[in-house]
Design a protein around this ligand. Structure first.
Ligand SMILES: [Zn+2]
Length: 324
């Protein structure tokens, strides 16, 4: 079996979490994942369920201009929650990609395997728990108050992470968007203007994704595929079919929500980042100034705990057998 096939198989194992349907876990069923003191249920440990109702609104900062519903979001579909890993787990071994993401036009990849046409995008809540890697992710919100300082911190530490940009943000802050690209970070699509994709017609969903992609390309020269993140974390299977149809195989959720958009302060945000465990995807926002200081405080602690901080695509390439 070729390395590519092995990698694809391994990834499918990790992501199979999203592929099988199981009844939503009761909120009390969470295991092992640090609870969110703010009362927002943390996604469950295993198959990374995005959350129970009430969680999806957490992820987003208030974006009045874009968001008629405020931070509210519709309840996501019961996420696919089987802890089982269909597919062939025996194939889950692979060598880590040798390339150094830094300074590459397209950081951190070896391409991820594509989800077949006609299927929904893969919902990813976290990577393989046995990988000592954490993905810090930053979404473009309605401003850029924290963006420069966040980039400074990441540069100081020589780290590349993943930024989920809206097309509108890339248009409003082209210099920052360019800097994100120039400094080797991974750039992913977060729509053009951040609507709730579960409430608008199909053609508008597709247009939002394409317009976002086009604006990101114009600002950064980067192709944001294949990583997509739904505004408000609001998704459905139908919506994910549209995401896949638009060229995005992965809908990237998170298992650690810092709730930074509620402006809880540096300390609280840092504490939430530090709930990350192996394979975690941590959600923060570029419009929150405190998120820079929280990032700065959390990085050395995560590293001291043995975690490598990586872009999402790199996290998804890691499998249980890879020494991280
Ligand atoms: Zn967002």
């Amino acid at each position: 079996m070729s390395a590519t096939r092995v990698r694809a198989a391994a990834l499918l194992i990790v992501l199979a979490l999203a592929a099988s349907c199981a009844p939503p876990l009761p909120s009390g069923a969470h295991t092992g994942v640090p609870r969110d003191p703010a009362g927002t249920p943390a996604p469950p440990e295993e198959p990374g369920l995005p959350a129970s109702p009430g969680d999806p609104q957490g992820p987003e900062p208030p974006v009045p201009a874009d968001d008629p519903q405020g931070p509210q979001a519709p309840q996501p579909e019961a996420p696919d929650a089987s802890p089982e890993r269909p597919g062939d787990p025996s194939e889950g071994t692979q060598e880590p990609p040798a390339q150094d993401p830094r300074g590459q036009e397209d950081p951190a990849r070896d391409p991820l395997p594509e989800v077949p046409e006609g299927e929904p995008s893969r919902l990813v809540v976290h990577g393989d728990r046995s990988c000592s890697m954490v993905a810090l992710t930053y979404d473009a919100g309605s401003g850029a108050d924290g963006a420069e300082a966040i980039l400074d911190v990441l540069r100081e530490h020589g780290l590349q992470v993943t930024f989920f940009l809206t097309g509108r943000w890339a248009e409003q802050f082209p210099d920052l968007a360019r800097r994100i690209a120039d400094e080797g970070h991974e750039i992913a699509n977060h729509t053009y203007s951040h609507p709730d994709l579960t409430t608008i017609p199909d053609e508008e969903v597709l247009q939002q994704i394409r317009d976002g992609e086009e604006a990101i390309r114009a600002a950064t020269g980067r192709d944001p595929r294949p990583l997509f993140r739904e505004p408000y974390g609001a998704f459905s299977e139908h919506e994910r079919r549209l995401v896949r149809a638009a060229g995005y195989s992965y809908s990237i959720y998170w298992d650690v929500d810092t709730l930074d958009w509620t402006f809880p302060g540096v300390e609280a945000t840092t504490e939430r980042i530090l709930r990350a465990q192996g394979g975690s995807i941590v959600l923060m926002h570029l419009n929150v100034a405190d998120s820079a200081a929280a990032t700065a405080a959390a990085i050395p602690v995560l590293q001291a705990r043995g975690y490598e901080i990586v872009p999402v695509s790199r996290l998804l390439q890691c499998t249980a057998d890879e020494p991280a």
